[in-house]
Design a protein around this ligand. Structure first.
Ligand code: ADP
Ligand code: MG
Length: 255
């Protein structure tokens, strides 16, 4: 799949959430980077058809996305930033329910569910009711759901929030295994997570796309020495911020 947005603009009662955002994505890993409020979730919501843009267009494989979105959505897996689950479903029931919605064949669905549960370390929780899971487990279940059915486009909104370091390693491995065949678009404000070789970054600042390129290209261009440095340079806005202090602030907020 090839996914393009063409000058997407969105305002909420006077707040401009997105300003003429144009991106063009091919299979591979893409990070949508920016601080809270920079418009990441809004852009993902518009791509998913959950929000209407004020102006701008979306193209899928060169064709404008208009009218019935179902043929597009069946090709997409989406983990919202704040997913809602049915608490009384078990882990495996939830994934079977998703498989049904995605119109997967039963045998293939069972095989994929088994593999995703293994790769996301949820086998032991297979029969647990969702309401008994920890935040990180729910997030992993949401990630499993987003990859179920081999979608050509996987959209993950803050997927590693709440994952411990080991789970994060597992998640990165999953990305590495899955990236060849599909576009994986990941919204994050956690720059420490951006380490995949060959991944590209789209930097949003107050709704505008301010920088776009592969991590290697950005480093080669001298735009930055590290992601951390780039982030601070792009977003600190003149605040005298020592790197360590900057990070400490970020960590404290997450406690
Ligand atoms: P991010 O995901 O990067 O944290 P969002 O896309 O959630 O950013 O938000 C972008 C901007 O739009 C913020 O200023 C936010 O307050 C505003 N916004 C988002 N959703 C709504 C909404 N439903 N109503 C009003 N303002 C909103
Ligand atoms: Mg968000």
């Amino acid at each position: 799949m090839r996914l393009e947005t063409d000058h997407i603009t969105k305002t909420f009662k006077g707040t401009t959430a997105l300003k003429e955002v144009s991106i063009s994505l091919e299979p591979g890993i893409w990070y949508l980077v920016g601080p809270n409020g920079s418009g990441k979730s809004t852009l993902l919501g518009i791509i998913m058809g959950l929000l209407d843009a004020d102006s701008g267009r979306i193209f899928v494989d060169g064709k404008e996305l208009v009218g019935n979105l179902d043929p597009f959505l069946i090709r997409v897996g989406y983990l919202p930033q704040f997913p809602r689950f049915y608490g009384n479903y078990t882990v495996v029931e939830f994934l079977r329910y998703l498989a049904l919605l995605r119109k997967l064949e039963k045998d293939s669905a069972e095989e994929q569910i088994k593999s995703l549960l293994e790769r996301l370390n949820l086998v032991e929780k297979k029969q647990a009711k969702i309401r008994t899971l920890s935040g990180g487990m729910k997030r992993r279940l949401g990630i499993a759901g987003a990859f179920l059915g081999d979608p050509e486009l996987v959209i993950l909104d803050e997927p590693s929030a709440g994952l411990d370091p080991l789970e994060r390693v597992r998640f990165v491995r999953l990305l590495e295994e899955e990236k060849k065949e599909r576009i994986i678009l990941i919204a994050t404000h956690m720059i420490s997570e951006i380490e995949e070789q060959g991944a590209s970054c789209l930097f949003l600042k107050k709704g505008s796309l301010i920088l776009n390129g592969s991590i290697e290209a950005l480093v080669a261009e001298g735009a930055m020495e590290s992601m951390k440095e780039a982030y601070i340079r792009l977003y600190s806005e003149g605040i005298a911020m020592k790197e360590e202090q900057g990070d400490a602030g970020e960590e404290t907020k997450n406690i």
